[in-house]
Design a protein around this ligand. Sequence first.
Ligand SMILES: Cc1cc2nc3c(=O)[nH]c(=O)nc-3n(C[C@H](O)[C@H](O)[C@H](O)COP(=O)(O)O)c2cc1C
Length: 179
Amino acid sequence: MKKVLEVENYYKLINHGPCVLITSGNKKIKNVSPVAWITPLNDEPPMVIICVASSHYTAKLINKYKEFVINVPSVDMLKIVNDTGKISGIKSDKFSEFNIEYDFGQKVDTVHLKNCVGFVETKLWFRKDFSGVTLFVGKVVYCEVEKNLYDNYLIPQKAKTVHHIGSNKFFVSSKLIQV
Ligand SMILES: Cc1cc2nc3c(=O)[nH]c(=O)nc-3n(C[C@H](O)[C@H](O)[C@H](O)COP(=O)(O)O)c2cc1C
């Protein structure tokens, strides 16, 4: 037996990809924020979509510097996900406030997070505003993944990626099922 779900809660049923940390800016100016609303758009050429509130510092930096990096956190980084989602980078340097380690990019000026499962560097390809939210399409130009967490696919029981199901609730990847 099913129950009616309010239409504004539809995303709680379908948006269980990994919650990611988006880094934006350039070599000097940097910001980091969690984003759960993310989806691949294509693999050849590799393109990805993120949806970011237009008022967020993240959106302003992506508009300005035309690139962003998707960092995939493991459950060990959940505190960073929570902390960086509570304040805006307009008001605070989240990297120093929360002691977040970063490295410089390979193909972009935007930094990536040192201890993440992997990261995806993108150059902005397209943007569109939808009543307060900006959809950013990034063209993937470079990515890296931790060797021991990946064997042609992410190893879910080792990578322990975090999946946002709404408000302060997540589940963690734990088991590989092959069919
Ligand atoms: C788990 C989690 C997921 C989030 N997902 C999104 C998202 O998909 N899009 C968005 O615009 N904001 C999302 N947020 C909210 C922003 O990350 C948050 O408002 C952040 O403080 C914005 O910071 P900024 O102004 O430095 O960019 C999420 C927050 C959390 C905690």
